[in-house]
Design a binder for this molecule. Sequence first.
Ligand SMILES: NC(=O)c1ccc[n+]([C@@H]2O[C@H](COP(=O)([O-])OP(=O)(O)OC[C@H]3O[C@@H](n4cnc5c(N)ncnc54)[C@H](O)[C@@H]3O)[C@@H](O)[C@H]2O)c1
Length: 424
Amino acid sequence: MKDKKITIVGLGYIGLPTAAVMARAGMEVLGYDLNRRVIDALNRGEIIIEEPGLSELVNEMVSSGRLKGISTLQESDVFIIAVPTPITEDKKADMSYVKSAAEDILPHLKPGNIVVLESTSPPGATEDIIVPILERSGLKIGDEVFVAHSPERVLPGRIIQELVENDRIIGGINPESTEIVKEVYRTFVDGEIYTTDSKTAEMCKLMENTFRDVNIALANELAILSENMGIDAWEVIKFANKHPRVNLHQPGPGVGGHCIAVDPWFVIENHPEGKLIRQARNINDGMPDKVMEKIQELVQSDEAKVAILGATYKPNVDDTRESPVLKLVEKLLQKTRLQVAIHDPHVDREVFPYSGRLYDQIEDAVKDADLIVLGVNHFEYSTLDFGLLGNLMKAKRLYDTRNYLNEKELVENGFQVTILGRGI
Ligand SMILES: NC(=O)c1ccc[n+]([C@@H]2O[C@H](COP(=O)([O-])OP(=O)(O)OC[C@H]3O[C@@H](n4cnc5c(N)ncnc54)[C@H](O)[C@@H]3O)[C@@H](O)[C@H]2O)c1
């Protein structure tokens, strides 16, 4: 396998690290992307995304001659597709990037080729979208060209290690495809490689994120019930999780990011019978509304100032895709007359949709505020001086949607503290 020429189609957070790791394993790797900036940077040995260790590895592999960027596809032994699969307005997978990647491969296809879809896709996509396009080559797909889905489950920030160490699933359109694609991944994966059919592999990836979404929805429902019943959901979670087979998740202001908030929709896009999954999505998507209602209840004035700390979809990252805090901001601006100030040390002002409301200094964001809302538990917020911040505010009120801050210290500094999910 190591003498095979590999082409990665789509050099983003998944494709580029995969290309670099395969080159490190000794293969000749070509990276193809529609974005010229990505290719130009790659051929200078540089990258345009942030991921620990990637810049050094790419530089080393480009210098070694084993990794090269190309802006026109050419013949190859293996094609790995890692293009985006975003969600449409009507909650369906946008497969247009995958289709166009397969169509671009088509003129270069030859007998013996291997095509792998890594993009997260609805069940059936490899057989129903990739195979019919490749069949237009006249080659017998499954006999002369081998096709499989191999989903990715790396954690941003640890992609290079996890690409090698994580267990992996390979699902071919037939057993021959599965076995040959397994050999490709064996060249650089140290984890176990489990084999199945392509539709099962697609469903596995989606269910991993759906599992998390449904469990977060259960925690959010517990939070809503607890508030109504006069119970502290956080105490329930702490003690229920002492059961050896229980792992209640944590509630919060909603679910964001490009995986957990998106992938469950791919499962049910053509399947209304997926009721629990849909309900979980709706519960999680309803959380920004719940937070808005609580804010309105707490501030006691239509024109109060609310300072929101944190805008990303999870702590300690700069990614705001599908962030529930941004949905909250949008709702506050559309449905209320409240003044909204935002602070987040991680977001990039250039691409932030509410940059006019974004303050670089937290003191400026909370000045004259009637309420602080902790939206994201960024590490930086664990060491804030609430004595100082409280003195800048009009009213010392704080709503912690993550149960993250030191309540005792806040109370000692005169704050009235409300915690999402605590009904007492
Ligand atoms: N990022 C993650 O943590 C992660 C984890 C698991 C799975 N995934 C899945 O992997 C896939 C890729 O995600 P990503 O985060 O790497 O995306 P990305 O947006 O970072 O990168 C995709 C790249 O593909 C390029 N591209 C788009 N259409 C193309 C085409 N037709 N031909 C060539 N290049 C094309 C884009 O220019 C871009 O550089 C998605 O399906 C995603 O859901 C991502």
